[in-house]
Design a protein around this ligand. Structure first.
Ligand code: PMP
Length: 408
């Protein structure tokens, strides 16, 4: 099929949404002040950033990144494999491994590339992957590229994962089995039942557990050491993957493990590491500074939870269905994709930046407004977001009582 024919239905859909004036994505932010951003000359409270600790604007992080530019320049000049490896990358790997409680780490240029390259290198066509249905697209792309057999289990359902693993191992007794889950799920904000998932190892001692902790790093566990630390199961998780594009105020990704041989293999086999330019110095230096801050100032993480508790309480008072997850992501469940687009637009008009998550990021007709809050949000910011959400929630009938009466 010709490309024009193939993309026609998709283009029609995008154009349709654009014509309604509700297309919400690729908003051009002209300035960011952390919890407040500027779009089209208007200041909005940011209620959807992954900069959970507000460290992208911390003067110490900014300074460290600037110093690194002075020393290494703005670009890496090559992949780490060839000319782009800096002492800074090696230092960052050591600091990361120690921070998450593993022996070694390998840094890639983004989290997406970390998952894609590492999973493809680790898994082979005869292997078996147990895959949580809500796992991120980068995990999926890595799994598809590996051509391993993928077995899905219902989101965060350890019992189903156990059943599926048992029946798959009966069928393919020679296969290596991997279980891949996120630590904090990027859309629902659910915290993985990691304590239950690692228990599968009691019946399947050779099961390899791979944790994508993109949204858990910097926020979960003691000093933000991540979701495995939060559950006290770091030694049972074989690979911890994380990104710097969330709480670590930068860009980049890593994979950490106690298995130094496998990491040495990844370093020489991961195509996305070898054939993609290295993480720029400023980005690497910023992460090192974030680790320094997290090690010394656990109160930043505490402040994030304080903000989150306030927001969750406020949302419940409005009448919205909010779960009690301890997670920096708070989804506002809306239903239809169109309603989510309209609500997001109305929030913008009320001075709040919060975007819809629609299919295929979430199941069809389960659209949500993905809100996320930061340590640097002040009470006045929280109030503004809650006021705006209160207006639109009642206008669009998304409060608990509306949903209940619809179902009745
Ligand atoms: N894994 C998860 C769970 C994510 O949410 C993301 C980014 N949204 C990634 C991986 C990719 O990370 P990066 O943005 O660093 O490419």
């Amino acid at each position: 099929m010709k490309i024009a024919e193939r993309i026609a239905p998709y283009m029609k859909q995008v154009e349709g949404v654009q014509q309604t004036g509700l297309y919400a994505y690729f908003q051009p932010v002209s300035r960011s002040m952390g919890p407040v951003v500027e779009v089209d000359g208007k200041e909005l409270v940011m209620a959807g950033s992954n900069d959970y600790l507000g460290l992208t604007h911390d003067p110490r992080v900014v300074e460290r990144a600037k110093d690194a530019i002075d020393r290494w320049g703005t670009g890496p000049g090559g992949s780490r494999f060839l000319s782009g490896n800096m002492t800074l990358h090696d230092e960052l790997e050591e600091r990361l491994a120690a921070f998450v409680g593993k022996k070694k780490a390998v840094v890639h240029t983004t989290g997406f590339l970390t998952n894609l390259g590492s999973i493809k290198s680790l898994m082979q066509p005869d292997d078996l992957i147990l895959f949580d249905k809500e796992n991120h697209a980068s995990i999926m792309e890595g799994c598809k590229a590996s051509r391993a057999r993928i077995t899905y289990f219902a989101h965060n359902d350890a019992a189903e994962a156990h059943r599926r693993l048992a029946s798959a191992m009966e069928k393919y007794p020679e296969a290596s089995a991997f279980l891949i889950t996120e630590g904090v799920f990027s859309m629902s904000g659910d915290v993985a039942v990691l304590d239950q998932l690692v228990k599968l190892k009691e019946d399947f001692p050779e099961l390899i557990v791979y944790l994508d902790d993109a949204h858990g790093l910097g926020v979960m566990g003691s000093h933000g050491r991540g979701t495995a630390n939060h559950f006290g199961v770091t030694d049972k998780v074989d690979f911890i993957m994380g990104t710097f594009s969330k709480a670590m105020a930068s860009i980049g990704g890593f994979i950490a493990s106690d298995n130094e041989d496998v990491l040495a293999f990844l370093r020489n086999d991961s195509k996305t590491l070898i054939f993609s330019a290295a993480l720029p110095a400023a980005s690497a230096a910023a992460v090192i500074q974030c680790i320094d801050i997290l090690e010394k100032e656990p109160e930043r993480v505490e402040r994030l939870w304080e903000v989150n508790r306030k927001v969750r309480k406020g949302l419940k008072e409005i009448g919205l269905c909010v779960d009690d997850n301890d997670s920096p992501i708070i989804p506002i469940h809306v239903g239809s994709e169109l309603k989510a687009m309209k609500i997001s637009r109305e929030l913008f008009a009320r001075g709040v930046f919060a975007l819809p998550a629609v299919y295929p990021a979430v199941p069809w007709n389960h659209a949500l407004i993905r809100t996320a809050f930061m340590s640097t949000h002040e009470d006045k910011h929280i109030e503004k977001v809650l006021d705006a959400l209160s207006d639109v929630a009642h206008k669009y009938g998304i409060c608990k009582q509306d949903v209940d009466s619809e179902g009745a």
